[in-house]
Design a protein around this ligand. Structure first.
Ligand SMILES: [Zn+2]
Length: 466
């Protein structure tokens, strides 16, 4: 390469999933052209001094509900993508429970069209499934969607529950190239508890009607199907100790199984969330301290693949309803990185700060990029990949206040709390999209997926456990 690079970021601490190195990055045509050591100093048309701060790959939030189309009174793509880049996130994967439901390739295309020109982040979609109407999956190719999302239970903003054995068998049997992502709570179990317990009026009584047994039963059920068909699955928002045990063991046995938890499940427990009332009414429910500790064990061991924000905003008015009526879900895309970093400091203090930052990169970049076939574009500070980069001040304290939030819903479960670790500058494909409160161009684009790297049915069926 002769001449000047488009952009040079120097004097940084480059974070990888297994190391931190002093140096910088040169960007050309939206791609990482060169990663250089601290002793080198290539020249750029634009140069950015990272000031000795951590430099991470642009983060990937593989679990968001940006509410477009149909629920724009809760959130819209522009405000949600502002919140994302302010949180260091440059790529999101959006869930299908919009209105209309994103359950066909055509609906994915329509959603993509609506978003074009309104997104600071690059984006992809999980496609949904409507019970009894599985035919749209027939023509589904690996380039169409990040995953097929199945809700095994539902609620008011997630109405399409796949519960029939026949539907599940068909879906697990047909899918080879695109993983399934699962909201794994057993609908029948939850209904049972709802019949016996009174309408909840606080978080503890809500957990009685959305108990751990529902999640455990659903995970057991899907593991049986994975064993039968070898389907690759990613279980979302794992909330209990027992689910972690089951999924970790299945993965060790060679099943093509991975799992996610959310930032709020790593942060809250039933006790600490109690005062927030309906704001922390979630599906699945927040659980106890031992569950949270087990989730942090999975962070420590590396068993956990990704942390999602499950950014699912509702208006304050909707959340002001009675406990039984208020919709489950909370915003969190902007808070994802600060919550994870602060949590790492609190729950895994035996790790050095460098190692904690490496955990962030595994869970919010490498992990989701590999899982969702984005590693040819994103997820690491490697030459040839998209120049998605975030400079993080890991010592700056952010006292979360409504005035700093960009989500249209305008509130956060973390309000009033000090979080440590703030993104300063966020770069997406070489363009600065966030710089200390200033935003860039709304020209994020939809993603392309690489061929599936995970085990196929044939490979799994040849293994000894089958
Ligand atoms: Zn969700």
């Amino acid at each position: 390469m002769s001449g000047l690079y488009d952009l040079v970021i120097y004097n940084g601490r480059l974070v990888y999933k297994d190391a931190v190195r002093d140096g910088g990055i040169a960007v050309q045509d939206g791609k990482i052209a060169l990663v250089f050591e601290a002793s080198q100093r290539p020249q750029g048309k634009q140069e950015l001094d990272a000031g000795g701060k951590y430099v991470l790959p642009g983060l990937i939030d593989s679990h968001v509900h940006f509410r477009t189309p149909g629920y724009e009174h809760k959130e819209n793509w522009e405000s949600a993508s502002k919140a994302a880049v302010a949180g260091g996130i440059t790529t999101v994967l959006d869930m299908p429970n919009t209105d209309p439901y994103t359950d066909t390739i055509e609906r994915i295309r329509q959603k993509d069209k609506l978003i074009q020109g309104h997104s600071l982040v690059d984006y992809g979609f999980h496609i949904g499934v409507v019970p009894g109407k599985l035919h749209p999956l027939d023509g589904l190719q690996q380039e169409h969607a990040a995953s097929i999302k199945l809700f095994l239970t539902g609620h008011r903003t997630a109405r399409n529950v796949i519960d029939l054995d026949a539907d599940l068998e068909t879906i697990f049997r047909m899918q080879r190239q695109i993983p399934l992502t699962l909201h794994a709570e057993d609908d029948a179990v939850l209904h049972l508890y709802r019949r016996v317990h009174r309408t909840p009026n606080d978080l503890a009584s809500y957990e009685l009607i959305a108990p751990r047994s529902g999640a455990i039963a659903a995970v057991s059920r899907v593991l049986r199907l994975v064993r039968k068909y070898g389907t690759s699955i990613h279980v979302l928002h794992v909330s209990s100790e027992e689910e972690v045990d089951l999924l970790e063991t299945a993965a060790r046995a060679g099943y093509p199984v991975t799992f996610e938890t959310t930032a709020h499940q790593l942060w809250f427990d039933l006790e600490s969330a109690a005062a927030l009332g309906t704001k922390t009414k979630l599906s699945p429910a927040i659980r106890g301290k031992r569950d949270r500790a087990r989730l942090w064990d999975a962070v420590r061991s590396g068993a956990l693949t990704s942390v999602g924000s499950d950014h699912a905003p509702h208006s304050l008015k909707e959340k002001a309803a009675d406990f039984g009526e208020a919709p489950p879900g909370l915003p969190g895309v902007q808070e994802l990185l600060p919550v994870l970093l602060t949590g790492l400091g609190r729950h895994l203090p035996e790790l050095s700060r460098d190692e904690q930052l490496s955990k962030v990169v595994s869970l919010l970049a490498d992990g989701p990029a590999n899982r969702f076939r984005l590693n040819h574009l994103k997820g690491s500070l490697r030459p040839g990949l998209d120049a998605d980069i975030v400079i993080v001040d890991d010592e700056q304290v952010w006292e979360v206040g409504a005035k700093d939030l960009y989500s249209f819903c305008g509130w956060s479960p973390y309000e009033g709390l000090p979080l440590t670790g703030v993104p300063l500058v966020t770069i997406r494909r070489g363009q600065i999209v966030f710089d200390r409160g200033q935003f860039g161009k709304f020209d994020g684009r939809s993603l392309s997926y690489a061929p599936a790297p995970f085990a196929t049915f044939e490979q799994v069926s040849g293994s000894p456990f089958h």
